[in-house]
Design a protein around this ligand. Structure first.
Ligand code: HEM
Length: 231
């Protein structure tokens, strides 16, 4: 493979790389890593809700008052979500073209439960994010919303049991998706060392469980009254 063939313009080389299976996997891995970093950062920010309304609203206000940070981050997230979904669809097409006649009977040997769920957990997580933005960013999710009271919005939102249950289920799927995505990206990119893979899988599980318990703790703490409502 001529990675830097002289005389070929950079955009053509990028397009050629994208047209290979490894190129699509690399795009999916890179966009997935950036999205996972956002999720971890967002979780750490959100856990400040346990420190009270002043701390949490102060954090939300600080972010909103930093448009030079907020808008580039939003643009990067949008590009990453688009590339992640697009590359996953393209890889699904490549996979189905490689095996046009389906198995007579599916025997999921060697593939974990999480790997088989990637193609349906992904769309459910995407649907969750759309609802989440409607609820807490645009204020049209059907629960009370006040622009400058992120704390109150979260409390009012999670006081509704159906919303809390939906969040906990979505966080479970996000945990499965992250766990599989975080270790399989090493495999996809050719790093499959038998000595290091168990450690990578363990690290992926720890991060995914941190994300699950961290995020789920917020709606559950609201519903059980552990996080007080400010009147
Ligand atoms: C219990 C769990 C969560 C809580 C309490 C929460 C809370 C919030 C709040 C309050 C906002 C609005 C911030 C503001 O505009 O002032 C927000 C925005 C957002 N959240 Fe979450 N979040 C949770 C989980 C998640 C997850 C799991 C994801 C992604 C998979 C996510 C992605 C986003 C995105 C993309 C935004 C928009 C950020 C922006 O304005 O640019 N959130 N979240």
């Amino acid at each position: 493979m001529s990675a830097a063939a002289p005389g070929i313009a950079a955009p053509v080389r990028v397009l050629r790389f994208w047209n290979t299976t490894i190129g699509k996997k690399a795009v999916m891995a890179a966009s997935g890593i950036i999205l996972a970093l956002f999720v971890i950062g967002h979780l750490i920010g959100n856990l400040q809700i346990f420190l009270g309304p002043d701390q949490f609203n102060g954090y939300a206000r600080t972010l909103r008052h930093l448009p030079e940070l907020l808008w580039p981050v939003r643009a990067i997230l949008l590009v990453c979500v688009t590339l992640h979904i697009w590359s996953s669809l393209q890889l699904a097409v490549v996979k189905s073209e490689a095996r046009p006649i389906g198995y007579a009977k599916r025997t999921p040997a060697g593939s974990s439960y999480a790997s088989r769920t990637m193609y349906w957990s992904g769309p459910i997580i995407a649907a969750f994010v759309v609802y989440h933005l409607m609820e807490f960013t645009f204020g049209v999710g059907g629960t009370p919303y006040h622009e400058f009271d992120a704390y109150g919005n979260v409390i009012q939102g999670f006081k509704v049991p159906a919303v809390t249950i939906f969040y906990v289920i979505a966080m479970g799927l996000l945990c499965l998706h992250l766990r599989h995505g975080l270790w399989s990206l090493f495999q996809s990119l050719g790093f499959n060392h038998p000595r290091h893979m168990p450690r990578i899988k363990r690290a992926a599980s720890i991060i995914a469980l941190f994300v699950f318990f961290g995020f789920s703790s917020i709606p559950l703490a609201v519903l059980t009254g552990l996080i007080p409502q400010v009147l």
